[in-house]
Each structure stands twice: as structure tokens, then as C-alpha cells.
Design a protein around this ligand. Structure first.
Ligand code: HEM
Length: 429
């Protein structure tokens, strides 16, 4: 079935709800999604009958309103809740199966507050400044491994390992194991459930989880200055610590957030710049543009394209009546291309200002890694633009994510460039 094969042509359904009708899991969704969401924005809150039914939220103001009101639109995930309806969580309609729950993004109340308080010292600008020399060393070293050859895979050799190594260091896992984790998270985001690649990644998952729990046990006995040591000691709900399953959920959210998103942002931005040599030239000639360009690429790529919520009480939004227990899918992508807020949204304007994009979300669950993501992106872009500014992408061989409709990214992107000298940087780990 294709994305737009209609279940109905009526713009309102039999209970008077505005409707929109497309299948975000159909094979042709990816190619059409910008047009589909632009069409959906004409009615920014509309009911989609697919997959048991959910509200598609596509307008900037409406997406912001939903994500700011965490009490009415909850992120929590509970199967068989006593209220008589499911709490869907954030991972799509239908919910992505076969992966641990996102225990930070799906945490609410005091546990969520405690987690954010624990993570802040590792994520706020002061912490990012501490990691800056390490990030730069990683960027130089990973590029050194290929710069003299004049070719590499921009994703697997560069944009993937750098955020991965940093995440390992921050969380407290051995940096050398980055490729093991990156492989699993990359495959889960890049391939659809049921494909051999996804299944292989899932096969590695139980081993990975066992390894995480083993390291957690070591940190209980010998704490260090890392997130894992603090997580195993954290007291929640009046004094208990996390169960193993909860701990895995927290780590899954943290490692997944740290690993794949910044990789995708950087890969897609490099791809776009190569397609638009004028923009690339400007960024090389005017490096001070990198700061506004970071925000613009965050908006334009919106790598975390959409997330879900559950309605906890009847509420009116944009003239529509949402009922307790309804599911809601908000599209950051659609909000970030809303022409009511962004002039010429389909164009990358390096110095766009203002640029109030929602790529990191907004409200109580706003991305806690956003400062880190911006810094990592800038470090990787500076390295490429300074050392291999004439890189050329092999478009035929480039493959984009076609897994979960929630995540955009690049699986592989071979590039060639004029070879340059190694910087002689020492191995960072
Ligand atoms: C381009 C990079 C990134 C993008 C586009 C992005 C996007 C987002 C978005 C949209 C949310 C909101 C979730 C919601 O409202 O339910 C979020 C939350 C989160 N992100 Fe990021 N993220 C990025 C990088 C990172 C990094 C580098 C980390 C970790 C080091 C991270 C960790 C998290 C965590 C833990 C949450 C949950 C926060 C909470 O619920 O309080 N993210 N991210």
C-alpha cells in the first residue's frame, strides 16, 4: 500500500473530527513526507485513522503547545494502565517494538526531575567546554586515518565514531567499544524492524545489555566520575534505586540520543553542502557563519522527525476535541517547515534569524544533550571545512535511513577529496 492510498476521502470523519490520511510506514513515505506534512499543516490538528487512529499535529504553534503541556499530553509509557487506556510513550504509532523504553524521555514527575538533575552537570555548557579539547582531538585523529588517502566513508569513518566515542567517555563505558554500540544504534535507526540488518542488531542487543549491566555492577563497587556511577546510586521514589530494566532504559535513551542524532545532523548537512557549493564556499570563507548555520541545519534536517504523546484529559486544540486516551503524533519536522514561522522554509539560509526551530523539542522534555550536540556538530564541520573542503559525495553509493519514520539519517556516504597531510594527532583513547 502506498502512503496516500486513502482509507477515506472525507476531510471530516463521522464524529466530526478533521481528518488527514497518510501512512507514515508506507514505502514511499520518505520521498513524499515534506509534501504530506505541508498538506497536513492546512489543518494543523487532524485525526489520522491509520494504526488504530491518532492525531497528527503539524503546525508550529500546535506542536509547541502539545510538547509544553506535559500534564495533558504525557510522554509516559505504560502497558495495561489501570485507567483503561494505554500510555503510548514517545516511540511512534504503532510503538517501535523490540527496543528498551526511553527511560528519560518517557519518565515523568520526580523520577524525571531527578534524572535531569543528575545529568545536567554532564550536559550543560560548562561540561561541554571541558569535553571540547577531547572532541577536537577525536575529530583530528579520525580524519587523520583517511586524509592522506583522499577517500573515506563520511559516516562510518567520521560522523559516526566521534559522537560515539564521546558518549562512551561521558557515560563511563570503554571508549574502544564505540563501534560495537554505534553498530547497534545505527542499525536500529537505519533499518526497518524485520529486515536482516535490524534483526542482526537486535541479536547483539541482549549481549550489549548484559555488558552494560556488568559495567554498572563494577561502578556500584568502584564509582568513578561518570554518568553510570551516579545512575546506579540514584535514589528515586522515596529511596529505591533503579531496577536493571530501568537502568537499561535510561542508558538506552542516553546512548541512543548521544550516538545517532548528531551523526545524522552532521551527515545530512555535509550532503546538503556538497549539493550546494555556494553555501559550502560561504561557510569556508566566513567561518563565523557556523553558529547560525548550526541552528539552520538543525531546523532543516530535523533528524528526530516526530514523537508521540498520550492525551490524559479531554482538551480542545486548534478547534479539535481530543479525548482522554487518544494518541498524538507531533512532527518537529512539520513545525520546522511551517511557513507561518519560517520564510522560505525549504531553503537553507545560513544566517537565518530569528530561527526558533523545535529540532530539540520544547517544554519539560527538551533535549538535554543540545549543547553537546551543537558543539560536536561545530567541531566536525570545522574539521571537514578546514582540511577537506573540496570533498565530493558518491551519490549513487549514499544510502539514507529507511527504518523508523521518526529518525532521518545517512547509513553510508563515500566521499573523495584532495589528499592532505596527517595532523599527527595522538590517539585520543
Ligand atoms: C542533533 C542532535 C539531537 C537532536 C535533534 C535531538 C532531539 C531531541 C528531541 C526532539 C528531544 C525531545 C524529546 C521529547 O520531547 O519527548 C530530545 C530529548 C532528549 N535527548 Fe536529544 N537530540 C539530539 C542530541 C542529543 C544528545 C547528543 C544527547 C545525549 C548526549 C541527547 C539526549 C537526549 C535525552 C536524554 C533526551 C530526553 C530528555 C528528557 O526527556 O528530559 N540528545 N532530543
Amino acid at each position: 500500500m502506498s502512503t496516500t492510498d486513502k482509507a477515506t476521502d472525507d476531510p471530516t470523519d463521522d464524529v466530526g473530527r478533521a481528518t488527514v490520511d497518510f501512512d507514515h510506514h508506507a514505502g514511499d513515505y520518505w520521498e513524499q513526507r515534506h509534501e504530506l506534512w505541508a498538506e497536513a499543516r492546512r489543518c494543523p490538528v487532524a485525526h489520522n485513522p491509520r494504526y488504530g487512529g491518532f492525531w497528527a499535529i503539524s503546525g508550529y504553534d500546535e506542536v509547541a503547545a502539545v510538547s509544553r503541556d506535559g500534564a495533558t499530553f504525557t510522554s509516559k509509557y505504560v502497558e495495561g494502565a489501570p485507567e483503561g487506556y494505554e500510555y503510548l510513550g514517545i516511540m511512534g504509532v504503532p510503538r517501535l517494538q523490540g527496543v528498551p523504553s526511553a527511560m528519560i524521555a518517557e519518565a515523568e514527575g520526580s523520577t524525571h526531575v531527578a534524572l535531569r538533575r543528575l545529568l545536567n552537570p554532564f550536559m550543560l555548557p560548562a561540561a561541554v567546554a571541558r569535553y571540547q579539547p577531547f572532541m577536537e582531538q577525536c575529530a583530528r585523529w579520525f580524519l587523520d586515518q583517511h586524509v592522506t588517502e583522499g577517500r573515506m566513508d563520511a559516516v562510518t569513518d567520521f560522523t559516526n565514531p566521534i559522537p560515539a566515542v564521546l558518549t562512551m567517555k561521558m557515560v563511563g563505558l570503554p571508549c574502544e567499544t564505540w563501534s560495537y554500540y554505534a553498530q547497534v544504534f545505527h542499525a536500529v535507526a537505519a533499518y526497518e524492524a524485520g529486515t536482516p540488518e535490524f534483526d542482526r542488531a537486535q541479536g547483539l542487543m541482549s549481549e550489549m545489555i548484559a555488558g552494560l549491566l556488568e559495567t554498572a555492577e563494577r561502578r556500584r563497587r568502584e564509582p568513578r566520575d561518570d554518568i553510570l556511577s551516579e545512575l546506579v546510586a540514584l535514589e528515586i521514589e522515596g529511596g529505591r534505586t533503579f531496577t536493571d530494566a530501568e537502568l537499561v532504559g535510561v542508558l538506552w535513551n542516553l546512548i541512543g540520543g548521544g550516538l545517532d542524532t548528531t551523526t545524522s545532523l552532521t551527515s545530512l548537512s555535509l550532503y546538503h553542502l556538497e549539493e550546494h557549493p555556494d553555501l559550502r564556499r560561504r561557510l569556508v570563507d566566513e567561518p563565523e557563519l557556523l553558529a547560525p548555520a548550526t541552528e539552520e541545519f538543525l531546523r532543516f534536517t530535523s533528524v528526530n522527525e516526530m514523537l508521540t504523546r498520550t492525551v490524559t484529559q479531554d482538551v480542545e486544540l486548534a478547534g479539535q476535541h481530543l479525548r482522554r486516551g487518544d494518541f498524538v503524533m507531533m512532527s518537529w519536522l512539520a513545525a520546522n517547515f511551517d511557513e507561518k514561522v519560517f520564510e522560505s522554509p525549504d531553503e537553507v539560509i545560513l544566517d537565518r534569524s530569528p530561527n526558533p526551530h523545535l529540532a530539540f523539542g520544547v517544554g519539560p522534555h527538551r533535549c538535554i544533550g543540545m549543547h553537546l550536540a551543537r558543539a560536536l556538530f561545530a567541531v566536525m564541520m570545522r574539521e571537514v571545512l578546514a582540511r577537506i573542503p573540496d570533498y565530493s559525495v558518491d551519490r549513487e553509493a549514499t544510502r539514507f535511513y529507511r527504518g523508523s519514520p521518526q529518525m532521518a539519517g545517512v547509513v553510508t556516504m563515500p566521499v573523495t577529496f584532495t589528499p592532505g597531510p596527517s595532523s599527527g594527532t595522538e590517539r585520543p583513547f
